[in-house]
Design a protein around this ligand. Structure first.
Ligand SMILES: [Zn+2]
Length: 340
């Protein structure tokens, strides 16, 4: 049986007063809220697919407060994982990740994936103008957009958010589900609740509410630096790590290593320091060990073999153990997309 969701026409009273913690007082279930505007080509916006990423709600509150007297374009707002939002968690232990179960997912069918299937069908039936999914991430990262299909119109959409954007392929994310249906984008708005991230999302969505047409022209290299993420960098088990060069640890990084997110490391710049031969494990998107291809250790210093950018660096020891230390980004090369 499909997870139930509510459909509302018009914004419910009290929308501007709720927070993530109190969201279920207004939205006890996931909800699809349709608000008619002057231009009927509807903009689809999803928020809170991850319950602890509250910027989407705050941005939509700010934006809709501006248009209390009427929207320039119809809006279909999907308020996603309200139960996780209430608990300030990405998703609850008994739930599936709400941004991994959209059409195209490799996860087995579930009541939640059936709900996402239904939502996608509803949006598709409205011939949407574009689909925007608003997220946050951890650590010091610039705001950036993610697209799953780097067609010119999506690149153009990404360049409206920031000059750097990422191409990613993760079956089951909402943005991928809308490829082929309408221009689609994920916004990564920095840390949850950061005022700069909220206002950036507001400006972006406001722009789309007022835009007559999305240009089909691809941005130039100056307008958009398109990168892709295929590599995850993990610390091997039993290797101690510190963000202090003087620390007694197997692997050491500079204290402000997080500031290096989205900055280039060339093959001659020290990436980190180590007293063991193989402190790190680097895997590609197929989970192959590509460590020796990507990095080298010389006299206790770690270097990358090609110019790359780390992203989503975490200093959190638990996240380092459970997930990864960071991802490594490369310039987007279209041939990586070819399905062989
Ligand atoms: Zn997210």
């Amino acid at each position: 049986m499909m997870d139930s969701f509510d459909r509302l026409h018009g914004l419910p009273d009290g929308f501007f007063d709720i927070s993530c913690e109190t969201i279920r007082s207004l939205f006890p279930n996931p909800s699809l809220v349709q608000i008619d505007g002057a231009d009927r080509r509807v903009l689809f916006v999803s928020i809170l697919l991850h319950g602890n990423e509250c910027t989407g709600l705050q941005a939509m509150q700010q934006l809709l407060a501006k248009y209390r007297d009427g929207l320039p374009r119809s809006l279909l707002l999907f308020v996603g994982n309200v139960r996780a939002a209430e608990a300030n968690l990405r998703y609850l232990p008994e739930q599936v990740d709400y941004n991994r179960c959209w059409p195209g997912t490799h996860l087995e069918s579930s009541p939640t994936s059936q709900m996402m299937q239904r939502i996608t069908e509803i949006v598709h039936g409205l011939e949407p103008f574009a689909a925007v999914d608003i997220h946050n991430n951890t650590g010091k990262n610039p705001h950036y957009a993610c697209i799953t299909d780097p067609v010119p119109v999506n690149q153009n959409l990404a360049a409206r958010f920031n000059r750097v954007a990422m191409v990613f392929h993760h079956p089951g994310v909402s943005t991928m589900a809308f490829d082929g249906i309408c221009p689609a984008i994920t916004l990564e708005c920095g840390l949850p609740g950061s005022p700069a991230g909220i206002s950036h999302a507001v400006r972006f969505v406001d722009d789309l509410l007022n835009l007559d047409q999305l240009p089909a022209r691809a941005p130039t290299r100056n307008e958009l630096h398109l990168v892709e993420s295929h590599l995850s960098l993990m610390v091997r088990d039993d290797i101690s790590v510190a963000f202090d060069l003087e620390a007694d640890a197997d692997l050491r990084f500079v204290p402000d290593f997080e500031d290096r997110n989205f900055t280039l490391f060339d093959p001659h710049e020290v990436f980190g320091y180590t007293r063991v031969a193989r402190p790190l494990l680097i895997t590609d998107s197929d989970d192959h060990d590509v460590t020796d291809e990507i990095m080298r250790v010389e006299d206790g210093r770690i270097f990358l073999n090609n110019t790359m950018m780390p992203a989503m660096i975490t200093r959190d020891q638990l996240v380092i153990r459970q997930d990864c230390l960071c991802h490594l980004l490369q310039d987007y090369l279209p041939y990586h997309d070819t399905e062989l």
